[in-house]
Design a protein. Sequence first.
Lengths: 113, 111
Amino acid sequence: GEDVEQSLFLSVREGDSSVINCTYTDSSSTYLYWYKQEPGAGLQLLTYIFSNMDMKQDQRLTVLLNKKDKHLSLRIADTQTGDSAIYFCAESDGSSNTGKLIFGQGTTLQVKP
Amino acid sequence: DAGVIQSPRHEVTEMGQEVTLRCKPISGHNSLFWYRQTMMRGLELLIYFNNNVPIDDSGMPEDRFSAKMPNASFSTLKIQPSEPRDSAVYFCASSGGLRKYFGPGTRLTVT
């Protein structure tokens, strides 16, 4: 079945770059997503990448996709204390087009001033 | 648009009681999802609807859980009877395409 794996914790200093990694198993996934969850809040869609792309950049965010290795990463440039949150990687269910997502367990990003 | 609306935001109840969680999706979205988040299991998809029809309820833990979507603007998730292990944050999400929007969640505590 589908499975999405992430490291649980990442700590960086303010101003540094953060790289959050994710691996997935469903090679038929059409889209891969990054969500951000701040304490006590719901999940906020940060960005997504189509499976036939290998990179997508959106302001401070860069998504890299290695489809061969089923590896997805999210790079946050010039990390700020406001970026402290849990980041979830998710893959779409490749067997349908209904938007069903499989989430990783989330990576807690701690940004130290 | 106000986004996905969930109520209540917090619910504390005693074991054995019935709990009903409510969700109003974003207008125009045709898919609705119920997720449960716990420290131990992370985010789990419980059930999702497409055009008000339940498509996949394989994530519903057991018969104590039921979900309905009587119309395009309202869905409920009911737990009867509730148990302490049901304590979690329950999220509703809706989508009309690629983007899925999550509500703020309902934090359920069953004592």
